[in-house]
Design a protein around this ligand. Structure first.
Ligand SMILES: [Zn+2]
Length: 322
């Protein structure tokens, strides 16, 4: 059921004549080979690529899991590069959860270096319909490289699907914990539904519907969910340089619609947003995709919900909502 799962099952080469006692030997060993049974006394080691997945996995696995985040504090997911210590960490992990859809361009090289045939791998974006920078939906078989928006966690309905899939994989790995995982998943999904409803209620009556971003176009899913649109000077990833033409276009647009707020991200320099704001006689506010936390946010134990609520407050301020 879980696609994108690279779990290796050891196979016996067919056609080899074996003595009966060998056969018995294999039959005894086979179950142990085929299912990777976890030692019940230890926790499931989960590693995730981005912060939202870290929080989802932690919420679902509870005390039966030991979850860690691959990204170091403050690192930017699109441009980060794994270190040798990350290979070591994944070599002793039981489950790795990542987004996919080209969010983690380093993933294939990293997994090639990891010598851990028993690791389970869950690609969170599998089965989720992806949109492109313009918000157009792409079905799974027309996924073109780099053409789609990988920030799927900014749609809280997608998050509920991901939470369910994490619970399903954990249940397969630790069947005794199955009802515990499912209960945790239900409780967490209820919170996500509440968050979705709050965004819906509080963003339904705003003077502006356009989010102007001095950062990259990470908010396509959020914009789609609440009938907004995003305009970014970058593309889907912050490593491209915006053209002067695009900058002028965005400033003109802000002036035309009387938009007084330019949003910027924490992990990408706000310099550009400040220049835009100055040109458009606007101010800047943070809009955080939440892929990672800064050191300060980690210290103050910020949750995914805290970050999204801060986004909502700033959106209400910037878009002038009732
Ligand atoms: Zn991004």
């Amino acid at each position: 059921m879980i696609s994108g799962d690279f779990h290796l099952t050891k196979q016996i080469i067919p056609g080899i004549k074996v003595f009966p006692f060998f056969l018995i030997f294999f039959l005894i060993l086979l179950p142990g080979f085929q299912t990777h049974n976890l030692d019940a006394s230890r926790k499931i080691r989960v590693v995730t690529s981005v912060f939202p997945l870290f929080e989802f996995a932690e919420a679902v696995s509870g005390e039966r899991g030991e979850v860690s985040l691959l990204l170091p504090p403050g690192a930017e997911i699109h441009t980060w590069q794994p270190r040798p210590s990350d290979i070591i960490r994944l070599s002793s992990a039981d489950l790795f959860v990542y987004i996919g859809a080209d969010l983690e361009p380093w993933l294939h090289d990293l997994l090639k270096s990891v010598k851990n045939p028993d690791i389970r791998i869950l690609e969170a974006s599998q089965g989720i319909s992806l949109i492109d920078a313009e918000g157009i939906v792409h079905s799974e078989n027309e996924r073109e490289h780099g053409a789609h928006d990988p920030h799927i966690w900014l749609d809280f309905k997608n998050d509920q699907m991901i939470v369910d899939r994490i619970a399903a994989v954990l249940s397969e790995m630790d069947p005794d914990g199955s009802s515990f995982f499912n209960e945790n998943a239900s409780a967490y999904k209820e919170k996500l539904q509440g968050l979705d409803q709050k965004f819906k209620d509080e963003l339904k009556d705003c003077i502006h519907q356009t989010i102007i971003l001095g950062g990259h176009a990470a908010f396509g899913y959020l914009a789609r969910s609440y009938n907004l649109r995003q305009i970014s000077v970058y593309g889907l990833s912050p490593d491209s340089r915006p053209t002067p033409k695009k900058l002028i276009e965005v400033v003109e647009l802000a002036k035309k619609y009387g938009i007084k707020v330019i949003f910027f991200e924490i992990h990408v320099s706000d310099e550009l947003a400040r220049v835009l704001a100055e040109e458009a006689r606007a101010r800047t506010l943070v809009l955080n995709p939440g892929a990672n936390l800064t050191k300060e946010q980690l210290k103050s134990e910020k949750t995914f919900f805290d970050i999204m609520e801060e986004n909502l407050e700033n959106l209400k301020d910037g878009l002038i909502c009732k």
